[in-house]
Design a protein around this ligand. Sequence first.
Ligand code: 9D3
Length: 249
Amino acid sequence: MRFDVLTIFPSLFEHHPREGILGKAIEKGLVEIYPVNIRDYALDPHRTTDDRPYGGGEGMVMKPEPIYGALESVERKDRSIVLLLTPQGERFDQAMARELAALEQIILVCGRYEGVDERIRELCIDREVSIGDYVLSGGELAALVIIDAVSRLIPGVLGGERSAEEDSFSDGLLEYPHYTRPREFQGLRVPEVLLSGDHEKIRQWRRAESLKRTLARRPDLLEKARLTPQDLALLEEVKKELQGGVHQG
Ligand code: 9D3
C-alpha cells in the first residue's frame, strides 16, 4: 500500500509512522509513505497556502492552487483514491479501513484552518473522512490514524501469531480482560479460572466478560454483534442481575 500525504507539516509523517508495527511494515516494503509539502506548490514568492474567505467571516481558507499542484505531482496507481480529512466527512471505522485496504494507493489531503476551498472538493476529492466528533487542529493526526488502521489489514504487516481478524471489533464485541504474571499484584489476584487449565471454561469466562463489558460500555455494539443463543441467554442473566442490584466485575 502506498500513502501520499498532502500537508503543510510533512515532518509529522517522517518519524511517527516509522516506529513499531508500521515501521516494520515500511522496512519490509509492504507500506510506503510519501509526504508532499503543499507549500512547495504555492505560486507566489511568499509561498502562501491560505487566504481570507470570500464573503467575510472568521479564520482562513486553504487556497486551491497549491493543493491542486501537489495532487498533480503525485503518481497515480490504477486502484487509488483521494481522501480529504475534514470534520464534515463520513466517520472512519473498521469497515471503511477494510475497504481502503483493498486499494493500491491512498492519497490523503490534510486540511488546516477553517477548511479547503470548495473547488478542490469538487474537482479532486473522492471521499471526505472524519475520525470522530472532536476538534483537531488539522487533518494530519487523522491521516496518521487512517494510515495505521489500514496498514494493519495488509497481509504480512501483523506478526503471524495474531491476525487482524481476531482483533476487537471483528466479532463486534469489546475484548475480555487480560492478565499476565505476577499472580497477585498490589493485593489483586488473577481470576482463578485463568489458572485452571480448563480451556473450555476459560473460553466461556472470556466470552461472558466480553459480553458484560460491551453491555456496560458500548451497548450500541450489541445490536450489530454476531451472538449465539448462549450469548443471548448470558446477556439476559446479566441484565437481570443488574436490575436486582447485584454488582460485580
Ligand atoms: C469552527 C468550526 N470548526 C468545525 C468543527 C472548524 C474546524 C475545526 C477543526 C475546521 C477544521 C478543523 C481541523 N480538523 C480537521 O481538519 C479534521 C478532523 C477533526 O477536527 N476531527 C475529527 N476528524 C478530523 S479529520 C480532519
